[in-house]
Design a protein around this ligand. Sequence first.
Ligand code: BES
Ligand code: MN
Ligand code: ZN
Length: 507
Amino acid sequence: MEKDMFEAVDVRSGAPGSVDCELIVVPVFKGEATETQFFAELNAATAGETQRAISQGEFRSGTNDCFIAPLIGDAWTARRVALVAVDPKNLMKCRPAAARIIVAARSHRVREVGFLVRGDVELNSFAQAITEGMLFGSFDDRRYKTGEGRDGPNSEEMSLHVLSGENDEAMVKDGVRRGVAIGTSANLARELSNEPPNLLTPRAFAERARAIVRDQGVEVEVLDEGHMEALGMGLILGVAQGSVEPPRLVVMKHSPAGLAGGPVLGLVGKGVTFDTGGISIKPSESMDQMKHDMGGGAAVVGAMRAIAALELPIRTIGIVPMVENMPGGKAIRPGDVLTSGCGKTVEVLNTDAEGRLILGDALWHARQLGVTHLVDVATLTGACVVALGKVASGLFGQPSEWVHTLQQAADNAGEQVWHLPLYEEYSDQLKSEIADLVNIGGRAGGACTAAAFLRAFTGGLPWAHVDVAGTAWIEESKPEAVKGATGVMVRTLTELASMSETWAADN
Ligand code: BES
Ligand code: MN
Ligand code: ZN
């Protein structure tokens, strides 16, 4: 088992002046009075800069402001202080601020950052949010650079500092533990999604997934094309047949000791390692981005790691179908009919609607393995990006109680999802002349008809579908994140598993 994961962020306690790092981060809460002894001491150590910045409005606690000043004299060990504005009513919002600090620290060659966990807030969630944010900001992938581009100060030392009693320290440690499990897992998911498609083939993806979760005690089974053929998974095999790279289906099981009965959460993630569109080929512009068409699968791998690392008391099965969607002499054609593992037949009218095909077989397989509640995460449709932009993921599913549970998990985790409709009529757009279903429903309501297609494979189980086509990838670097994969949904899925007591009984 991996031992050092929880060492990514340190927890220490003591007086603020004794925090021994280059940059100390001090949260200032919205509406907080700064005429206190704490701020008086900080003001003195910054030679009056703190009060000046606050009274002149250079730093405003009600916004996302950040203000950095040098610390002078011997009262504080740290060399600089950063004030960051935090809304005590929405602690998750401090995550981007914590990320920005780490990104800024890196560009200024500051290697040790300590965050002071103070204030009259729930220290557990505050510490978790800070930890997740710092880890998010520390992500800087240089694996494929050489020479000067490769080095760079990419190993910040990050710590959280507690001021008072031991009770607080225990709370902060618990939050940091959750934050580290989730933050490092989200970064592993980002790393996988950024991986170039010539290197992250379905076989390589399967081995990486195995290595990532096995360290946390997750049981892994990798089905190859022979296995899938025996099980009749014609949809996964159909999509894969145009590629020289064989498909894989990864099954990851988290089985907490002593939990025999009860619900089984099934997490399914789209794992298309590259989506050319197949014979219905995509335009070449930005086609390179289709290397992240396995972002949903990466999120499931990341969530399985976090769920197991936190030893969450809920049986969970993660399933990721992995394929490459290529044109070629052996590729499926528009017009082909494929038969799924559950027996349903699909007339493929567009080979670029491949995600729903592989997910159809994967959802069916999850049911075969005995899951009671389903969630899938997929970079499924451009239509979802048109509907919601890059601001929120699309959420679909049934029954509404289960969809609301997922919405609650996302809200708690600070990830934006928006519930979109799944009326019965959408399924009418998927009727085929010659088979049970077609795989595209026309231009109207493209994200909804894709979800309706998936519904046909859920066997009536509680099921939620999250379309992350717009949220799994950012095209331009931002102050809090580098360009590339976001690791979206690792947090929400982990939160969903940790909320299991709230949904296990009533769904
Ligand atoms: N992987 C794409 C969806 C996608 C688009 C993901 C943009 C991320 C960013 C998916 O396989 C796809 O090609 N969908 C088609 C469906 C259509 C053929 C019905 C689409 O959205 O155009
Ligand atoms: Mn496609
Ligand atoms: Zn795709």
